[in-house]
Design a protein. Structure first.
Ligand SMILES: NC(=O)C1=CN([C@@H]2O[C@H](COP(=O)(O)OP(=O)(O)OC[C@H]3O[C@@H](n4cnc5c(N)ncnc54)[C@H](O)[C@@H]3O)[C@@H](O)[C@H]2O)C=CC1
Length: 371
């Protein structure tokens, strides 16, 4: 690791236990300096606070992979066009962030750490600005909800269609969504669950265990005819069409969404690569898209789908969580691996694949900064 990476990681340790304090201080300082920026954020800030730190974490996790970091920051910049952020706002945010770190870290914060974050922030801001400047698409798309289907008490599958122009993306990517009618200015990321198609429709799978926030509205309130806003696509969990390796997909719960998009994409050109999909949920009734997956497997001999349940002894398929089951079928050493689910599930899968000695470059996942 180079010196900058070391300084960032060392200094992060001083603040990581105090994330809430850091983000509280950051937003307070930023809104004090530029009250106009307050209007970009939702009335209730509680669900918003972690977003900034998640992005910083993702950037730090990719710092040793310059190509991935560059693409991540550029797409984050494209995504941030939805806020109508001005270049000078980036300076205000950078000052507020450094101030928050300094205040929360206390005496152990050094001049070296300060300079390291200043340098890193400059790189981050420049790449995000470059990403935003090179994007000819609108800052966000208005999309009309076409279908909305509840699949159990907490899960919905819905489709929408961008109105002004198609939204170009790659299978496996995710976007920020806003439902202005129900939760104005509250943007959250969701993976697109279908491969790009001629009708330009986008499918989403959402689970919400509580009543509040955006997922709650998307599951329980949104209906056909509603308008959503969709920001620029992001994410690196995409297929390399030139790869000859077989494919392993590991999906936990609604983490199936990007995996389903990848499978759809593969059905268009794949003839030669074996594709194994492990799809896990706690109970059989939570495997909300199993029938569709099995239909796809029926039509494509290269595709096998292995459903599993961790908490349903009556389930006729595999028993155990998706990582345990996938491990039983391994090793996966020479596969291209795609992993999607909760942060804990992704972490556990990465550990299992490391034991199989899968090269990290053959593993794709997007965790929105949580792993
Ligand atoms: N691109 C991505 O990575 C995406 C991630 N997600 C995330 O996927 C998650 C899905 O949530 P739910 O549907 O509620 O599913 P869930 O969290 O109930 O988990 C479903 C299954 O995943 C496995 N699993 C979960 N935690 C595990 C662990 N620690 N170790 C081993 N296996 C584990 C188990 O088989 C479990 O039955 C959410 O956190 C969501 O944010 C959703 C869409 C895309």
């Amino acid at each position: 690791m180079d010196n900058l990476g070391r300084l960032l990681k060392e200094s992060w340790v001083l603040v990581e236990e105090q994330r809430e304090k850091v983000s509280g201080y950051f937003y307070a300082r930023m809104f004090l300096t530029e009250p106009r920026l307050r209007d970009l954020f939702p009335v209730q800030m509680a669900g918003q606070r972690d977003r900034l730190l998640e992005s910083i974490l993702t950037a730090m996790q990719t710092i040793e992979d310059p190509e991935r970091l560059d693409e991540y920051l550029r797409s984050l910049g494209r995504d941030h066009r939805k806020y109508h952020v001005r270049p000078e706002d980036y300076d205000i945010m950078g000052d507020a962030l450094l101030d928050a770190f300094r205040t929360c870290a206390g005496d152990e914060w050094t001049v070296e750490y300060d300079q390291a974050w200043r340098d890193a922030y400059r790189v981050i801001a420049d790449r995000m600005l470059a990403g935003a400047a090179s994007d000819d698409n609108p800052p966000f798309w208005h999309a009309e909800v076409l279908t909305h289907e509840r699949r159990g008490p907490d899960i919905a599958v819905f489709t929408c269609q961008p109105l002004q122009q198609p939204l170009p993306y790659k299978a496996g990517q995710y976007v920020s969504l806003e439902a202005p009618r129900y939760q104005p200015r509250l943007w959250r990321t969701y993976s697109i669950a279908n491969a790009p198609n001629d009708e330009n429709t986008l499918e989403f799978h959402v689970r919400s265990l509580g009543a509040g926030w955006l997922s709650g509205a998307l599951v329980r309130r949104v209906k056909p005819g509603d308008l959503l806003r969709v920001a620029a696509p992001m994410g690196s969990m995409t297929l390399d069409q030139t790869s000859k390796r077989d494919v392993l997909c590991v999906a936990g719960g609604v983490g199936l969404a990007p995996i389903k998009a990848l499978i759809e994409e593969l059905t268009r050109y794949n003839r030669t690569r074996w594709v194994h999909v492990f799809y896990g949920a706690d109970r059989g009734e939570d495997l909300y898209a199993l029938a569709e997956l099995l239909d796809l497997a029926d039509g494509h001999p290269w595709l096998s789908v292995i459903p599993c349940c961790g908490d349903d002894p009556e389930f006729p398929g595999e028993q155990g969580n998706v990582v345990e089951v996938m491990t039983r079928y391994g090793p996966w050493t020479s596969h291209d691996c795609f992993v999607s689910g909760s942060a804990a599930m992704v972490r556990s899968t990465l550990r299992a694949l490391a034991e199989d000695e899968v090269p990290p470059t053959n593993i794709r996942y997007d965790t929105f900064g949580e792993v």
